[in-house]
Structures are given as C-alpha cells and as structure tokens.
Design a protein around this ligand. Structure first.
Ligand code: C2E
Ligand code: MG
Ligand code: MG
Length: 397
C-alpha cells in the first residue's frame, strides 16, 4: 500500500493541531489531504462523491458536530473507510468511542493521544487495507435481486469455515460456517454485501438449507478424517417463526448422516423477532434434539442478558467489538471478565470472536474464556483449505 495513493480527511478544529497533522502526513508521502475544522464540514466533504476518502483522522471534540456524531453518520453511510481517532480526552472516553466505532462496522485503525507523531500515524495507516471490505450498503445497492436469485440457483453461495480453538489446550474444536458468494464477475463477496437482499426477497430459508446441508457434509468429512469437530451455522431468527422449521432442520442434518450434537446454531436476535412464543418453541425443540445453541454477538443490540434467561443456550459468543484490542482497553477487559464469569455461572461455554493479535489471545486465555475465533488463528477458509489448515495448525505457546 502506497500512502501517496490514499485520500485523507483531517477533521480537527484546533488550527495548530490540524496543520501539525497535515505536515506529519505530508512527511509520510501523503499527496491527497482534505481538511475540515468541524464535523459538519467534514461530513459534507466525505459525502461529496467527487472527493474520495480512504482514511479519516478525526478529533473527538469539535464544534457544530462532534466526533461521535460524525462517526455515527459515517457508519450509517456504510462506506469502506478507515478512521484514526485523535483526542486529548482521558483513556476511558477514547475506549468507549473505539468500541462504538467498531460497532458501527467502521474499520478503526486505532486511537492516538495528542500529539500525533509521524511514526504513530504511519503505524496506524499501514493497517488500512488489511481489513477493509466492500461496503455493505453500497455493494448491496449495486446488486440487482435477480442476480442473487440466479446466483442461488447456480450454487454460487458456499460456506467458508473459520476455525474455533480451545484456549486452554490450543486444540481445534470446530469451525463456524460463514456464507460467501462466488460471484462470477465480482469475486468472493462477504455476507454484508448480499444478506440484506436475501432477506428482503424471501430467500433466507434457501440460504439456511444450503448452509445446513453443506456444513453437515463438511463436518462429516472431518469426522471421516478422525477429527470429531463441531460445526456452527448462523440461523436467522426470522426463519424460526415457522413452527415446522425445527423439525425440518433436524431432518435435513440427520439426512446427511450427522448427529445434531455436532452442530451448534448461532442465533442473533433481530428487531424483526415478533413471534416470541413461536421462536422459543422452535429453539427449545432444537435443543431437545441435541443441537447446541449459541447467543451470537453477545453484548450488542438485541443480544442481551434477557435472552439468556429465555432461551436454552449452551454457548455465549462475545461480540468482536469487545474482543479485538481488549488488552489495550481496561473497559473492554471489565466487560469480558464479567461476561465470562456470568457464562461460567450459567454453565455456558464462552467463545470470543475477533481475536486478532497475540495479546487478545493471551488476555482471553487468562480470563478463562473457553474458545477463540479470529484472524490471529485464521480467516474463514474454503472447505478444502480448512482441512489443510487443520493439518498444519500448531497452537501458540
Ligand atoms: P457473525 O456470525 O458474528 O460472524 C463473525 C464475523 O466476524 C464474520 O464476518 C467473520 O469473518 C468476522 N471475523 C472473524 N474473526 C475476525 C477478526 O479477527 N477480526 C474481524 N474484524 N472480523 C472477524 P462475515 O463472514 O462477514 O459475516 C458477517 C455476519 O453475517 C455474521 O456475523 C453473521 O451474522 C452473518 N452470516 C454469515 N453467514 C451467514 C449465514 O449462512 N446465514 C445467516 N443467517 N447469517 C450469516
Ligand atoms: Mg456467528
Ligand atoms: Mg458476531
């Protein structure tokens, strides 16, 4: 990645600080720099399609529109942009804004306490491009529903598998199946680019059946290799409003020859969950058949403590916004500690998703989390590559 090719936007009200940042960026070779003295101007510049922006360097305290509101608007716009936060505020404030920024799905490169030196800036800028994914909303708007339907008919949707590893022993215990679209022109697309269209066009059930069957088959293939791994599949709760679904899921999985105890269904409650009683009936039945039930994205939005009491979960999956970079952030650590502690008391396994570094791994291990998942271990992999990966895996010391 070449800094000279990136487009920067510096949002900082203090003139001296702003100029210092711009001088630092130029000293690193930046050629395209926009500047704004308040959040509103910054958002106008950002929204102007004539001026592309790759990396925003944003102060938290600004007149008119502060950094938090600015970040919210950027998040809602859904553009694939990276952000670096700068602030003279205390660490706890910066930490909670960091968590908020990630929860908006923004690629947060990091936060720097003022003054920002060229060295610190360079370290963060170099992270841009590592995680950037096509913007969910923009990509979704660009794909016509007909293309999704024919892609489904032509079996272009496939599960990728991301390993889950036992933190205490380093042993691979399973994988989460995550859907990818092998798009003939656009390459491999992540769910953010098409799940919305699938949902709006009533294709969620088709996706669920495909994922259940292919994941059950992959899991059987692992068992044949002698690895008794578990597979996790994401289940949209809207599907469960259909009372027959639990039985049909059981049949579909058993038809492939897999016992339900090897499959965990990951559930994120959505705002669309209107038929609470039907969903509870379905989930209770799935649990009775032997499936594991995981509460996904725990700590965000609708996945909350209330659900833990209502649904017979077996696993609590802590959202990545609390996990990534947790070692640098005392607030995140407190949330992790209490979630893990609560899960232990409720007899649930804990999975931390979004483990990106050695220090994330070490802290979660120290806190007694059961299972780790994240880029530090491996990204989601195509089925055959997953098998190679398991063969070559050695646990971190
Ligand atoms: P999720 O179930 O919470 O899955 C975890 C997401 O975090 C995945 O994104 C995964 O690639 C990503 N991830 C894992 N480790 C790391 C890490 O270390 N750092 C970062 N930054 N990200 C990490 P993905 O594959 O884009 O999936 C997004 C969401 O789409 C999933 O979130 C899930 O809610 C939904 N989804 C995926 N596949 C399916 C499916 O087959 N059916 C349904 N209904 N939803 C699905
Ligand atoms: Mg999941
Ligand atoms: Mg999640």
């Amino acid at each position: 990645m070449n800094i000279a090719d990136l487009h920067f936007l510096v949002a900082e009200d203090h003139e001296f600080q702003r100029k210092t940042l711009i001088i630092a960026l130029k000293s690193l070779g930046a050629k395209h720099i926009l500047e704004a003295a308040d959040g509103r101007v910054a958002f106008e510049l950002f929204s102007d399609l004539a001026t592309p922006v790759d990396v925003i360097i944003c102060d938290l305290e600004m007149p008119n529109m502060d950094g938090m509101e600015f970040i919210r608007h950027i998040g809602n716009a859904g553009a694939p942009v990276s952000i670096i936060l700068t602030s003279a505020m205390e660490r706890s404030v910066i930490s909670s804004v960091e968590t908020m920024t990630r929860a908006y799905g923004i690629n947060l490169l990091g936060a720097i306490e003022k003054p920002a030196t060229p060295k610190k800036l360079r370290e963060l800028i170099e992270r841009h491009g590592e995680n950037i994914q096509p913007s969910a909303q923009k990509a979704a708007a660009a794909i016509p529903p007909g293309e999704v339907i024919s892609g489904m008919e032509q079996q272009q949707f496939v599960p990728y598998f991301q390993p889950k590893v036992d933190l205490a022993t380093g042993i691979v215990v399973g994988a989460e199946a995550l859907v990818r679209w092998r798009h003939p022109q656009q390459g491999i697309l992540p769910p953010g680019a098409f799940l919305g269209i699938i949902e709006q066009n009533g294709l969620m059930d088709d996706l669920t059946w495909m994922m259940l069957e292919k994941s059950a088959l992959a899991c059987l293939a692992w068992h044949k290799l002698g690895w008794m791994l578990n597979v996790s599949v994401n289940l949209s709760l809207t599907s469960l409003e259909d009372t027959s679904l639990a039985d049909r899921i059981t049949q579909a999985v058993e038809k492939q020859g897999l016992a339900p105890k090897y499959m965990t269904l990951e559930i994120t409650e959505s705002a669309a969950m209107t038929h609470v009683a039907t969903c509870l009936e379905g989930l209770a039945r799935l649990r009775m058949k032997g499936f594991g039930l995981s509460i996904d994205d725990y700590g965000t939005g609708y996945s909350s403590m209330q659900q833990l009491g209502r649904i017979p979960f077996t696993e609590l999956k802590i959202d990545k916004s609390f996990v990534t970079d947790c070692a640098k952030n005392p607030q995140q650590r407190v949330i992790l500690e209490s979630s893990i502690d609560m899960a232990r008391k409720l007899g649930l396994k804990t999975v931390a998703e979004g483990i990106e570094t050695r220090s994330d791994w070490n802290l979660l291990k120290e806190l007694g989390c059961s299972i780790a998942q994240g880029y530090f271990i491996a990204k989601p992999l195509p089925a055959l590559q997953f098998i190679d990966w398991v063969q070559n895996w050695t646990a971190p010391e």
